[in-house]
Ligand binder design. Structure first.
Ligand code: SAM
Length: 301
C-alpha cells in the first residue's frame, strides 16, 4: 500500500490526533519518484546493510528492505514508530529502533551503534550505507559523526537542506567552504544528485532541499593518521574562516603552541602571514594538521 501520499499522511495524522512535529523535522517526501531517485543513488544490493535515521511512515524503509541484506532504522516519534511497525511487519531483516538516534551532537546513541554492529555481524562482509531523508536539525551531526564511528559507511545518500549540500561540496575561496567541506572531501567523493523544491514534501519546509551522495574513499581516508584530531583541528580553525590563518591557529592552539611555534609551522609550509583559512585546500590543511599534531599531540578542542 502506498503510505506516502499527502492524502494518506493527512488522514493518518488526523486519525491519530497529531500534527507533523516541526521540532523533529517531520517533512515527508510525497513525490514517490524521488524515493526511487534516492534508492537508485544508493545503488542498494544484497551486499548492503542500510542505516536509516528517521523511519517516518516506513515508505522509504520498505524500498530499502526490498533490496538490502539488512536494515537498521531509527525513529524518535512513538506514533510514527507504530505506523511504520505495521508497514514493516513482513520484513524480519529490518531492525526498528524507537529512540533519538543521537546521544548528543557529537555522538550517536550507543544502542544505534550496537544495532549496526549486530546487523553487520549477522550479514558478514556487507557494506554499511546510510540512506535517509534526514531530519534537517540533525543532518550535520549524522553525516559528520558517522565518519568517526567504528563501522565506517561505504556511502551516505541523504536528503538534506540545499544549503548544507552546498557546504559539503564547496571549494576554497567560496562562501560555503568550511570545516564540513574539508571533513567530507578529505575522505570521500561528494556530489549533489538532485535539487528539490519545498513542494515535494508534506508539510512544505521553508527551504530548498537536495539529495547528496557521499562515497567514502578508503585510500584518501587512510592518509589521515588521526581522524579525530583532524576533525577537531579543522573545526577550530574554521570558526572564523575569513580571518588570517595565523590568528586562527594561534587562537585554537592557545596554551599548547606559542606564537613563535605557529610561525615556524607556517614558514615550513611556506604560508604567508596574510594567508586566510578559507583559501587553504584539503591537502594543505591535512599537512598543516600533521605539523600541528606532531608538536601538540594532546591538543583537543
Ligand atoms: C524528514 S522526516 C523523514 C521521514 C521518512 N523517512 C520520509 O522519507 O518521508 C524525518 C524523520 O526523522 C524523525 N526524527 C527526527 N529527529 C530524530 C532523531 N533525533 N532520531 C531519530 N529520528 C528522528 C522524525 O520524527 C521523522 O519521522
Amino acid at each position: 500500500m502506498n503510505r506516502q501520499t499527502k492524502t494518506f499522511l493527512m488522514n493518518r495524522f488526523r486519525e491519530m490526533g497529531i500534527s507533523p512535529a516541526t521540532r523533529h523535522g517531520q517533512n515527508f517526501l510525497i513525490d514517490l519518484n524521488l524515493h526511487r531517485v534516492i534508492i537508485d543513488a544508493a545503488d542498494l544490493t544484497e551486499q548492503d546493510v542500510v542505516l536509516e535515521i528517521g523511519t517516518g511512515t516506513g515508505a522509504l524503509t520498505t524500498l530499502m528492505a526490498e533490496k538490502a541484506a539488512g536494515v537498521v532504522t531509527v525513529e524518535i516519534d512513538g506514533h510514527l514508530f507504530e505506523l511504520a511497525s505495521e508497514q514493516l511487519i513482513d520484513f524480519p531483516h529490518v531492525t526498528m529502533l524507537h529512540q533519538d538516534a543521537l546521544k548528543n551532537k557529537n555522538n550517536f546513541d550507543s544502542r544505534v551503534l550496537e544495532a549496526i554492529g549486530e546487523k553487520l555481524a549477522e550479514y558478514p562482509d556487507r557494506r554499511l550505507k546510510l540512506v535517509a531523508n534526514l531530519p534537517y536539525n540533525i543532518a550535520t551531526p549524522v553525516l559528520s559523526n558517522l565518519l568517526l564511528c567504528e563501522h565506517v559507511p561505504h556511502s551516505m545518500v541523504a536528503t538534506i537542506q540545499k544549503e548544507l549540500g552546498d557546504r559539503i561540496v564547496a571549494q576554497p575561496w567560496s562562501k560555503d567552504y568550511g570545516a564540513l567541506s574539508v571533513w567530507m572531501q578529505a575522505q570521500a567523493e561528494a556530489e549533489i544528485v538532485r535539487l528539490m523544491p519545498p513542494t515535494v514534501f508534506w508539510p512544505m519546509p521553508k527551504v530548498e532541499s537536495a539529495i547528496v551522495r557521499i562515497v567514502v574513499d578508503p585510500a584518501k581516508r587512510s592518509t589521515i593518521p588521526d581522524l579525530r584530531f583532524f576533525h577537531q583541528f579543522v573545526k577550530a580553525i574554521f570558526i572564523h574562516r575569513r580571518k588570517f590563518l595565523r590568528a586562527n591557529v594561534v587562537a585554537a592552539l592557545k596554551h599548547h603552541l606559542s606564537k613563535a611555534e605557529v610561525d615556524e609551522i607556517l614558514a615550513e609550509m611556506q604560508l604567508s602571514d596574510e594567508a586566510r583559512t578559507e583559501q587553504l585546500d584539503v591537502s594543505t590543511l591535512m599537512r598543516l594538521t600533521e605539523l600541528v599534531r606532531s608538536r601538540a599531540p594532546n591538543w583537543t578542542l
